[in-house]
Ligand binder design. Structure first.
Ligand code: ATP
Ligand code: MG
Length: 460
């Protein structure tokens, strides 16, 4: 997704040469003319490419307020935020942070050291600092940590005309003006209106009459993934966040949810591959190896277990050496089908679609899929082995093994993540390599089990 994004960046909107030249030659007027015309996202893209010297110039050319818009779009890594903020004078940085939307400022501050955060908060504009302090309390990955307090709330006992008046006054500071939330005197959330609802209503209509009072909200401790799911299901542009007594605390807007979705998706993907955190490209080999090694070592021992399993069938193997030829084929097929089923299951769990389904229905469907794929591959391989080795019994043995293996491996690939999810273990850690190894073991047991049982037919 990220790659597609880069390709579609409207480069034509950024006149890089002109900007860089104006920046280096100190042509402030020209730089500001061109730069402030760009969308903050493009400004941020330009900013990311600069070296320290150019960045230091920019801080002189732009006010903290102008810098705030750029920073809201920066999406930086930890060290980037730390480095860049350190280049600014403390008062410039603090000014910029107070001009940012509170939730974006919190994202930046969360990447800094504690004492640095405190020092910025003390020199910052007091009102902004208070808002940010409140948000900093919330646990990472919860609704509270991604919400913003810059929403518009009105009371029910007024006309549309006066509500529009309030809206007009508050609009410059609000993160979104499309939804107006209605609260009572104790700040309980009692209703919601969209801007469209307001515009199409009579000026003299009372808010209490036109508002929608079955408000969908999330509680402040809710997992951000769940918030993303609700946002997708209800198709709202923002969701209100409440405490356990239904007091309105903030809102979460759809743009922040898009970041959550990307974060969670890449998170699940890397866990699927057995890496705790997707390695960024610039990480050095030692840190990357440290993350991957624990998994590889566990898998190494599981693999030795598989080897010792094969060893237990040594007698069978000694008598019919040809059996060994098909071990990689059967184990490989088990791994392949298990990984396919696993990918589908993990995605289903992540999107919440699987939870709504009846468990037996899932098991039946997976068994059915395994049956069809197993039968097809089994018959195919039976014929191939028969024509290749001229041994119908050997063909049937490999074919039947593949048939049973594919059914079991498909079931394992989809059920293991479901069971893990039930046990409250993140299903994405039931990663690909893990399932592959389990399926190796199962498939070898099946293959040699059948072979040993019908040994007499093989030796003729
Ligand atoms: P529509 O889709 O009906 O044409 P719209 O596109 O203008 O409306 P939507 O964002 O789809 O607006 O919101 C639809 C309706 O849902 C609005 O009337 C709004 O009042 C209501 N609404 C907004 N947020 C919430 C919420 N959290 N809970 C319940 N209703 C909400
Ligand atoms: Mg709509």
């Amino acid at each position: 997704m990220a790659e597609a994004n880069q390709e579609t960046t409207p480069r034509q909107y950024i006149n890089i040469e002109l900007l860089t030249e104006a920046l280096r030659t100190g042509n402030i007027v020209q730089f500001r003319n061109e730069f402030l015309d760009m969308h903050p996202y493009n400004q941020a893209e330009f900013f990311k490419e600069l070296d320290e010297e150019d960045r230091l110039n920019i801080y002189h050319y732009l006010s903290p307020e102008e810098m705030a818009g750029l920073f809201e779009n920066l999406d930086g890594e930890e060290h980037e935020y730390r480095e860049v903020l350190a280049e600014m004078s403390p008062s410039y940085a603090a000014d910029m942070l107070s001009n940012m939307y509170a939730d974006d400022a919190v994202d930046v501050l969360n990447e800094l050291e504690k004492d640095q955060v405190v020092s910025y908060l003390t020199i910052m504009d007091k009102e902004a600092a208070d808002e940010i302090k409140e948000l900093l309390h919330y646990e990472e990955y919860t609704a509270g940590s991604i919400m913003t307090t810059e929403y518009i709330a009105i009371v029910a006992n007024q006309t549309v005309r006066s509500a529009m008046h309030i809206l007009k006054n508050e609009a410059p500071r609000a993160e979104t003006i499309y939804y107006v939330y209605v609260i009572d005197e104790d700040r309980h959330l009692v209703g919601v209106l969209s801007l469209r609802d307001l515009i199409v209503s009579e000026d003299d209509a009372m808010i209490s009459e036109i508002m929608y009072d079955r408000v969908v909200s999330v509680s402040v401790g809710e997992d951000q993934e769940e918030v993303a799911r609700m946002m997708r299901d209800y198709n709202f542009l923002a969701l209100p966040v409440v405490d356990f007594q239904d007091h309105l605390l903030g809102i979460i807007t759809v743009d922040d949810i898009m970041d959550v979705m990307e974060e969670e998706a890449s998170d699940d993907y890397s866990k699927l591959a057995g890496i705790a955190d997707l390695d960024s490209i610039d990480r050095n080999p030692f840190t990357a190896a440290k993350k991957r090694l624990p998994w590889l070592v566990i898998l190494l021992f599981l693999g030795m277990f598989t080897a010792s399993l094969i060893g237990r069938f040594e007698e069978t193997l000694n008598k019919v050496a040809i059996l060994a030829v098909f071990i990689p084929l059967i184990a490989g097929m088990a791994g392949n089908t298990g990984t396919q089923a696993l990918a589908v299951a993990v995605r289903g769990i992540a999107t919440g679609d699987l939870e709504k389904e009846n468990k037996w229905k899932i098991i039946l469907r997976e068994a059915g899929t395994g049956f069809i794929t197993g039968l097809t591959c089994g018959v195919l391989i039976t014929l191939v082995v028969y024509f290749w080795k001229g041994d119908l019994f050997l063909g049937c043995l490999v074919g039947i093994s593949i048939f049973i293996t594919l059914i079991v491996a498909t079931l394992a690939g989809s059920l293991v993540p479901l069971i893990m999810h039930r046990l409250n273990i993140d299903p994405a850690v039931a990663s690909g390599p893990f399932i592959t190894t389990i399926n190796d073991i199962i498939s070898i047991l099946i293959y040699f089990g059948i072979a040993t049982a019908f040994m007499s037919y093989l030796i003729e």
